[in-house]
Design a protein around this ligand. Sequence first.
Ligand code: HEC
Length: 118
Amino acid sequence: MGQNQQDQDPLTRIMTQIAPAWTSLQMNIDAGNAAAVATDADRLQRLFAAAERFFTGKKMQEAADWARQEADAADAAAKAAKAGTVDKNAKAAIGKCKQCHDVYRQKNQDGSFSLKRE
Ligand code: HEC
């Protein structure tokens, strides 16, 4: 974890870790690498659980629900992978990033992203 990440917003910190884990998960699903899928999906489960806590703390119930669904889907993919099954459907189940970004993420003029409150 880079030093200046400590200055970042907690959600930014979570999302910047979700992005590479998600990229890696998709590659490992395509490759059929169950051990690596389990590692990535476990990581995503933890990160989306952290996002759920963040949104719950902000009293953003819908976003918290979506984050929990992502965590649950990642948990299911991790459990299946540990049992030796690479579930291709996990890509669709966990890949619901846009649903939340469309509603709760805004792009700033400097190109960075921040939380949009409804
Ligand atoms: C429940 C809501 C939600 C879900 C689901 C979600 N995100 Fe986000 N994401 C956000 C919000 C809100 C922001 C803007 C806040 C920020 O960037 O600080 C964001 C920002 C980001 C950023 C920009 C980070 C930055 O500030 O530079 C990336 C990258 C990202 N998300 C990746 C993902 C990926 C990949 C997924 C799906 C696998 C995903 N997100 C799912 C809410 C969500």
